[in-house]
Design a protein around this ligand. Structure first.
Ligand code: ARG
Ligand code: ZN
Length: 874
């Protein structure tokens, strides 16, 4: 059953044209697929034709108009096989009947809230019709959709609208034609009664593009930000990557029942409504930023994913890593580049480093999978993006841009591999990228240990670094990877020392491609401090011999904003690791007053970059500390150590925090722009410290902000702060929020999430009670993720309860969703990705929950795959 990269073979048949005809009925939709096929010259000449299916019911099949008799085909819900198809071009007509209303898996064509939607990536198209459902079979699609006018006035598919008209019985139809050959996973159909916001964009080449964002009626005013984001994305991709849009219309549809964030179907992007809908009354700064980034991501896929797609699913990072890199750059250009980098690195460490260190670790390009849906991971996406970013740093901006141009030029219209992508950069940079490929093949986060030494008499400064990658499942031994080490030497005056090696100007990028790197810098007049991995130049875990004094100096003086932030984080992280030990051993926690001093600077009255200051003021998370400790982890001790530090910061910075909180109060009307959002983020950072440990004045301030909030960011963030301690204000605010926003599902998701992530000991009881609330709905993935997902992923102490109830609960919900929506069920189990690093009591409870799930009858491939890998002995 496993699929292996090494087993790739071209398809024995090709499909040049697809004509699809949908006759929509909630429980019995007829799909007629007419496929213009021919044998693939690169395939096996005598092969049978074997088409993929999934829970399909065949009505009829014909070749060149002649119905196939029962003995000419083998058919099951998951396959249609014709032993002796024509050996030249032919037309295959297949009629299937599907049940969109019963499709709770939300893959293929499904019906929710009286609308029809499709999701075909990765293997959903085979739930619509029998097909060569693989990304290297590219066809031109024409799609006719017919449905009732009252229920489905809007009928959409990929490409351009070519015909529409009336039918008998209150029905109508629309025909769409997409001239760009595409794989089946990019097919989409949407039909429903939807409101629309319209605008237009003229491309640099003069093509007029109609832009349409479809939302539920009455929510049109919440689609304007998404629309602005589309236009900004189109312009940016022209300016920065030279990529122009290629159809007459670009559509986005917001749907409320969706397994993932969004999907880049050609010309018809389908979105989780959470990543479309925003208005000042209903959205937070974070929502505005997410929408902009995800609209950009899906739009950018038009070139990196659609025009050039993947040969097979092992190459997923070819489109995802690259497109994440592109959306990160877009956000960096529109907002603060350093702040974006810091938040991306926080996220990378929290999710991808955690994945890489545990039983689910896999390479950016996996070599084997049982269920491809489980490989839409932080490793493929975020580490995949880091590999591209490193490549750009390593070969330089010009060779990188030339390589991208070459890639677009050479491979437009093709289904490609990582090798083909990387070859473009080898050509434009003139470098040998053979060893570079290890980034794609080797799992695990490289660990770098750096030592520095100053020799005053020789006026030299030596940086010595070693790299090591630990074993990961299936990969016991590792080889060195090519690490672009960007560094600076910061002199006592805070200025960078000129880098000179072997009598020549050197750096700032150093190639670190073997186990040990040693660089001796010359002519260094005074002892500098090394600023290593500036701007996080490689996704590695660094430990160095820099002292806290060195780091605090960097925190104040380094010209690299990322490392200024990182330096203080490292000091705080070291302190938290030591404090955690102290908590576990019943010792008292040592003082480190200089942390408060450095954090205090973020709240200084003259601080103008509030978004950056908010990052400085946010301590490493409990997850960061757990990863640093690495094994025998006690989440409760970490929580106590971190709470203690927050309390000390509150005690020593109280006045500065109060002053900042006052100074940053809202004045004018709400605007989600980055500077205003930055002020709110810094204000909340102050509030979070003021309310540490449930301190009275802080709680009162949080409550005051909750009540008086003039925007959703202040309201949600103050509620979040209140949710951390058991106070009457907390209960009052939670009740008020439900009262105000009870009928807005996306806002109730925030309410669920805040309660599910509270560290209070009654949280699990609450979560269980909330599952029974009328606003909760197990069939809606957003509800499930906001309550159960958040409990598992964003609540280290309560998910990891020492009694094991947290594990049993999440595993139990996964078992419940196993049949109805296996993909969402498997996702929930992601919270077990670090279970092996726990202390023995919790580890045993987590293992017990996983084993109980493993022994459940009829596990879906999705859930079985995660459970099996989570439990495997490496
Ligand atoms: N391609 C989509 C994106 O933009 C995500 C699709 C996720 N599919 C899945 N089967 N999980 O990233
Ligand atoms: Zn994507």
């Amino acid at each position: 059953r496993p699929v292996r990269l090494a087993d790739y073979r071209p398809s024995d048949f090709l499909i040049d044209e697809v004509h699809l005809d949908f006759d929509l009925e909630p429980s019995a939709t007829r799909v007629t697929a007419t496929l213009k096929m021919r044998p693939n010259p690169a395939g096996d000449a005598g092969a049978a034709l074997s088409l993929d299916g999934d829970e399909l019911k065949l009505i009829s099949a014909a070749i060149d108009g002649a119905p196939l008799a029962a003995d000419e085909l083998d058919v099951s819900p998951s396959n249609l096989r014709i032993a002796n198809p024509p050996r030249g071009p032919f037309e295959l007509t297949i009629v299937t009947e599907i049940d969109p209303a019963a499709n709770t898996r939300l893959m293929g064509l499904y019906r929710s809230n009286a609308s029809y939607t499709t999701q075909c990536e990765a293997e959903g198209f085979r739930r619509i019709t029998y097909f060569l459902d693989r990304p290297d079979v590219l066809a031109v699609y024409t799609t006719r959709v017919a449905g009732p006018k009252d229920e489905t006035p809007v009928l959409l598919s990929n490409g351009n609208l070519v015909e529409q008209g009336e039918l008998d019985g209150g029905r109508h139809f629309a025909v769409w034609h997409d001239p760009h050959p595409k794989p089946s996973y990019l097919f989409a159909l949407v039909a429903g009664d939807l409101g629309v916001v319209e605008d237009s964009f003229t491309t640099v080449g003069g093509r007029g593009v109609a832009l349409k964002v479809f939302v539920e009626h009455g929510k049109e005013d919440r689609a304007l930000h998404a629309m602005e984001s589309i236009k900004a994305s189109m312009k940016w991709d022209e300016e920065v990557f030279g990529r122009e849009y290629d159809l007459d219309v670009f559509m986005v549809v917001a749907v409320s029942h969706f397994n993932m964030g969004a999907m880049e179907n050609k010309g018809l992007n389908v979105f989780n409504d959470k990543y479309v809908l925003a208005s000042p009354e209903t959205a937070t700064d974070g929502d505005y930023a997410n929408i902009e980034a995800i609209i950009a991501h899906e739009y950018f896929h038009n070139w990196t994913g659609n025009r050039i797609t993947c040969r097979d699913w092992f190459q997923l990072c070819l489109k995802e890593g690259l497109t994440v890199f592109r959306d990160q750059e877009f956000t960096s250009d529109r907002r603060s580049r350093p702040v974006k980098r810091i938040s991306d690195v926080r996220n990378l460490r929290a999710l991808q480093f955690a994945e890489d260190a545990g039983p689910l670790a896999h390479p950016v390009r996996p070599q084997i999978y049982h269920e491809i849906n489980n490989f839409y991971t932080p490793t493929v996406y975020e580490k995949g993006a880091e590999v591209i970013r490193m490549l750009k740093v390593w070969i330089g901006d010009d060779a990188f841009r030339a390589g991208m141009d070459l890639y677009f030029d050479r491979h437009d219209g093709e289904a490609c591999t990582i090798e083909q992508f990387v070859a473009c950069f080898a050509e434009t940079s003139g470098r040998d990228l053979t060893q570079w490929m290890r980034w794609y093949g080797q799992a695990g986060t490289p660990e770098v240990i750096a030592r520095t030494a100053y020799d005053a008499s020789a006026r030299t400064f030596t940086v010595e670094a070693t790299q090591k990658t630990r074993p990961t499942p299936g990969q016991p031994t590792k080889q060195p990877v090519v690490i672009p080490l960007v560094l600076g030497l910061v002199g006592p005056d805070g200025a960078d020392v000129d880098l000179k090696v072997g009598g020549e100007k050197a750096g700032p990028v150093f190639t670190f491609d073997r186990e040990t790197l040693r660089v001796v810098f010359e002519d260094v007049a005074e002892r500098p401090v090394a600023s290593l991995f500036r701007n996080f130049s490689a996704p590695v875990k660094l430990s160095s011999d820099l002292t806290n004094d060195d780091l605090l100096f960097l925190a104040a003086r380094d010209s690299d904003p990322f490392n200024r932030w990182q330096a203080l984080q490292t000091v705080a992280l070291r302190h938290l690791v030591q404090s955690t030990d102290a908590v576990r051993e019943g010792r008292s926690i040592a003082e480190e007053p200089r942390i408060a001093e450095a954090v205090g600077r973020a709240f200084a009255p003259d601080e103008t970059d509030c978004a950056y200051a908010a990052q400085v003021a946010s301590l490493p998370s409990e997850g960061d500390v757990a990863r640093e400790i690495g094994e025998n982890v006690d989440p409760e001790a970490i929580h106590r150590a971190r709470s203690e530090l927050k309390g000390r910061l509150r005690d020593s910075l109280g006045d500065a925090l109060e002053a900042a909180f006052e100074r940053l109060a809202e004045t004018g009307p709400y605007s989600p722009d980055p500077a205003s959002a930055g002020r709110r983020a810094l204000k909340v950072a102050a509030l979070d410290l003021l309310a540490a440990g449930g301190a009275r004045t802080g709680v009162e301030r949080a409550h005051g902000l909750y009540i008086s909030a003039g925007n959703m960011t202040d309201r949600v963030m103050s509620l979040q702060v209140l949710s951390l301690s058991a106070t009457p204000e907390r209960e009052e605010a939670l009740a008020d929020f439900a009262q105000r926003y009870g009928d807005d599902p996306l806002l109730m998701d925030k309410w669920f999430l805040i309660q599910a992530s509270s560290p209070l000991p009654d949280t699990l009881d609450r979560v269980e009670a909330l599952m029974a609330a009328p606003t909760f709905d197990m069939k809606n993935p957003n509800r499930v993720r906001s309550l159960i997902g958040a409990f598992g992923a964003a609540n280290p102490t309560q998910f990891n309860r020492p009694d094991g109830r947290g594990y049993a609960f999440v595993a139990g919900v996964a078992a419940e969703l196993n049949t109805s929506n296996p993909q969402v069920a498997a996702r929930l189990l992601g919270s077990f990705r670090t279970w092996r690093a726990l202390e023995p009591t919790r580890r045993a409870k987590a293992e017990h929950a996983l084993r109980a799930l493993a022994s459940t009858a009829d596990l879906s491939p999705d859930v079985a795959d995660i459970v099996r890998r989570a439990l495997a002995e490496s």
